[in-house]
Ligand binder design. Structure first.
Ligand code: SF4
Ligand code: SF4
Ligand code: FES
Length: 529
């Protein structure tokens, strides 16, 4: 572990650490463009230059490894002048696009100009070299060569992360630009990460550009629900509208990245098909009802079915806390009811890859094991009981068992037919589905972006999700719904608060022992083995 001195203070860092990383990890900011902690260093932009004693010239801190006894200075006059010169050089041909550029608010060219340069350009506008603008790298990513500072982060991303190598640098000198290698499309499953790694407005997302000035956005840390990897993400939103997902670094889960499918699923959260108001079937027709009446009806349906005629289908799409609260309610009031969890392969699709994407497209399958929900009934047993007329009340969370569009839903036809034999079918879910169309009571639930709780990923990491925008219409968070029902049924087994429910879970369930809500933080924690 070499010890080095940075700006007069001694630090010890692991062998092989670059000087820029040593600085960043100790709270010392070094401006940089080409360096990205998730990519190999290239040392092409020269913005990260520092003074190192006994070195004749300023050294790029991103390609210099910290050595024993090294003395580094990051803020001398020489360093400041070098930074200003690099900025001036990078801005020589840069267009005056700021008023129309999507990157404003998160542009490192603007930020570093203000911090390290602040001088007017010496190059008249008409002498700037013009380059291609609005180049479509794909239907997801647009390139503007005039804004590009040729840091090659995007090239290295494609080469090093998906390994697809679609991008390269073309031409020389002032007319250099980034382009697609011959015969290639930017078509890998992770392609939109190039927009995140681009430090300027050269690469923009086709789906987000011109939608919102980023400085108006609020950010809520959460977890993607697109597959069981549970990539950490930021939800960017304003004024009750979600605008985009961005990857949030977690070296234990997704490094700095997320897949395009997960990122683009943002649009579906607030699309058509959301259930907005509680409804109940009366004389065969679904009618809107106030929450009080709906919950009374559901409570009465649970009570009157009692132990032997009640079935509850818990879900790998719901939070751990919501599943736990339902399990607690049923265990305390109806211990002999049928309870099943989403079958393990219900959301299986393809093979996944060896980067992030997993075959299981649900975010919380692991909760079924952690909460012991697989040891009860199976979906098939419940369908059999429905077919035999044994079930009077069925509660279904999230999963669309009536739809045959999912090839893994082998019981779809039987489930659909058997619903006709159940007196009360209660669907608790955010979205319309075949099951909600056949239900007798519709309970509109918040989507995961509107919910606080946890998901447990494929590696058994418990990770917090958090409410960003409020649910649309009259929808409520799932945990709120089950705790109101518990109250009506005279038990206090469920709390509407995710942190309090998590605390109960850690006390009652061995898999959660030793965890705390606060301890999960923003990076999550593994279940007890
Ligand atoms: S497009 Fe962006 S990431 Fe790629 S080289 Fe240009 S500035 Fe760097
Ligand atoms: S890999 Fe899975 S969890 Fe990660 S972004 Fe894609 S869909 Fe979401
Ligand atoms: S960040 Fe070090 S040379 Fe670019």
């Amino acid at each position: 572990m070499p010890k080095l001195t940075i700006d007069g203070k001694e630090y010890e860092v692991p062998a092989g650490t670059s000087v820029i990383k040593a600085c960043h990890e100790n709270g010392i900011d070094i401006p940089h463009y080409c360096y990205h902690p998730g990519l190999s260093p290239e040392g092409n932009c020269r913005l990260c230059l520092v003074e190192i004693e006994k070195m004749p010239k300023l050294a790029p801190s991103c390609t210099t490894v910290a050595g024993e006894g090294m003395i580094v200075r990051t803020n001398t006059d020489k360093v400041k002048k070098a930074r200003a010169d690099v900025m001036e050089f990078l801005l020589v041909d840069h267009p005056i696009d700021c008023p129309i550029c999507d990157q404003v608010g998160e542009c490192k060219l603007q930020d570093y100009y203000m911090e390290h340069d602040r001088r007017p350009s010496h190059v008249p506008l008409e002498q700037k070299i013009l380059k291609p603008k609005r180049v479509q790298f794909s239907d997801k990513v647009i390139y503007d060569a005039e804004r590009c500072i040729l840091c090659t982060r995007c090239v290295r991303f494609c080469r090093e992360v998906p390994g697809t190598n679609e991008l390269g640098m073309f031409n020389r000198g002032a007319v250099s630009l980034i382009g697609l290698n011959e015969g290639r499309q930017l078509a890998n499953d992770y392609s939109m990460n190039v927009v995140d790694v681009c430090p300027v407005g050269a690469l923009t997302s086709a789906s987000f550009r011109f939608q919102k000035r980023v400085y108006f956005l609020k950010t809520t840390p959460s977890v993607c629900n697109g597959c069981s990897r549970g990539c950490n993400i930021n939800l960017d939103w304003d004024n009750e509208k979600l605008f985009r997902y961005r990857p949030r670094p977690n070296l234990e889960v997704n490094d700095y990245w997320m897949c395009d499918a997960g990122r683009l699923s943002c649009a579906s959260q607030q699309a058509e098909g959301r259930l907005l108001r509680p409804k109940a079937r009366m004389a065969g027709e679904l009618k809107q009802q106030p929450w009080g009446r709906i919950l009374d009806r559901v409570a009465e349906a649970l009570r009157s079915a009692g132990d032997g005629k009640l079935a509850v289908l818990l879900s790998a799409r719901a939070t751990t806390e919501e599943n736990y609260a339902w399990r607690s309610l049923i265990q305390s009031r109806f211990p002999k009811a049928f309870v099943a969890f989403t079958p393990a392969d219900f959301y299986a699709e393809g093979k996944g890859d060896d980067i992030l994407i997993t075959a299981d497209k649900s975010p919380n399958q692991a909760a079924g094991d952690a909460l012991g929900l697989r040891s009860g009934s199976s979906l098939e047993q419940i369908v059999q009981a429905m077919e035999s007329g044994q079930i009077a009340t069925l509660v279904v969370l999230d999963d669309d068992y009536a739809s045959s569009r999912n090839p893994n839903n082998r019981l779809a036809d039987r489930f659909r037919a058997a619903l006709a034999k159940v007196a009360e079918v209660v669907a608790v879910t955010p979205h319309e589905s075949e099951t909600t169309r056949l239900a007798s009571v519709i309970v509109p639930k918040a989507a995961f972006t509107e919910t606080t709780g946890t998901f447990i990923n494929v590696d058994r990491r418990v990770q917090r999700i958090a409410r960003s925008v409020p649910p649309p219409g009259e929808a409520l968070e799932g945990l709120d719904i089950v705790s109101r029902l518990a109250h009506l049924l005279g038990t206090e087994t469920a709390s509407g608060n995710a942190a309090a429910t998590f605390a109960r879970m850690t006390a009652s369930d061995a898999a959660f022992r030793g965890l705390t809500w606060e301890g999960l933080g923003e990076q999550g924690a593994l279940l007890a083995s």
